[in-house]
Design a protein around this ligand. Sequence first.
Ligand code: SF4
Length: 412
Amino acid sequence: MEKKACKTLHPQSMCPAFGGLRVLTRIDGVQVCLLADQGCLYGLTFVSHFYAARKSIISPELMNVQISGGTMVDDLRRTIEEIAQDPSVRFIPVVSTCVAETAGIAEELLPRKVGNAEVLLVRLPAFQIRTHPEAKDVAVATLLKRFAGFDRPKRAKSIVILGEIFPVDAMTIGGILQKIGVESVITLPGTALEDYIEAGQAEACAVLHPFYEKTVSLLEEKGIKIVKGNPIGANATVQWIRRIGEALNLDPVTVQAVAEEEGQKARDVLAQFKHLKGKVIVAGYEGNELPVVRLLLEAGLDVPYASTSIARMVLGEEDHNVLSMLGTEIRYRKYLEEDMQAVLDYEPDLVIGTTSLDSFAKERGIPAIYYTNNISARPLFFAAGAATVLGMISGLLGKKEVFQKMKEYFVG
Ligand code: SF4
């Protein structure tokens, strides 16, 4: 392979609009109306079914005939009215995508409400929103801007937890926040439109993933305090609980006791894995890779290279600094070719990567797993999360010989 990474404009991840559809299709009583050409519709229907909420999306026919014939807006309005005839539909997000005519559609041309259903334009053009995590941010910010009750009085000791997480993590977070005296927790992106309305009354928002920039700037503007970081690993767990306590003015003695207790549990887990040795490369496109790397480094593993699809963001600066200080080379807006080069340069014992990178690593006899299916589909927070992730990695690090044998078998 050539040493220089390819920087041509070929697709490096799935269509960004998918991230927005994941947020939107999961809301109860929703029916997405997609304003895109037939190619987008085909792909996005597929991913909405299989990777979002198993719901179809509806779209007015949009081919050259409709675009050049000037009937696009009338066709769209007619489609919205047809959708609204179903009394179970409460919300119709109109999603515009890359097609220039749809990306630039004026919001004023759409109704705000038809029958029972609220109608809201959500713009998700890939030429502007580069990745699916960033599209989640755009969708959440658009929903909050329209629905959140920012003008209602704030509720004391209430918090929004922002970021898609594994359901067990959400339960663990809820339990620990209750112990320190938090009285109301809303998790976004959520399934209830009411959660978006009530989020406007929260006192603080804990942002678990760094790509929620637009949402965070909206919440800050509306006087909601922002808590950065996440409870991944022992040090960050202690820090995160303390930060929530400070943001919500909770009893400092209780907060400190719970922070110490949870921190100790996580330290105990790390101690169980102190035998772990090995070089791991982490290369996902979910936007939440760096805290995972931080956990691996805290456990004593060597992570010489990590990459993500998102840009370097203010909310991720703490992780960026820790990882850089500990010697991890970080690539933002990465290309697959850069990840492949890293595999060649660093010769890791394990790759936690994208499907294409994993095939590349396995062909070389290196154990490799898919980041999304393995990291995003299991608990990650507090002691339980550390135990699950490190347990999985411990098993995989012991498999290098098996992968080598497999490679030799197939080569032979
Ligand atoms: S919305 Fe853009 S990136 Fe997505 S499928 Fe359509 S053209 Fe491709």
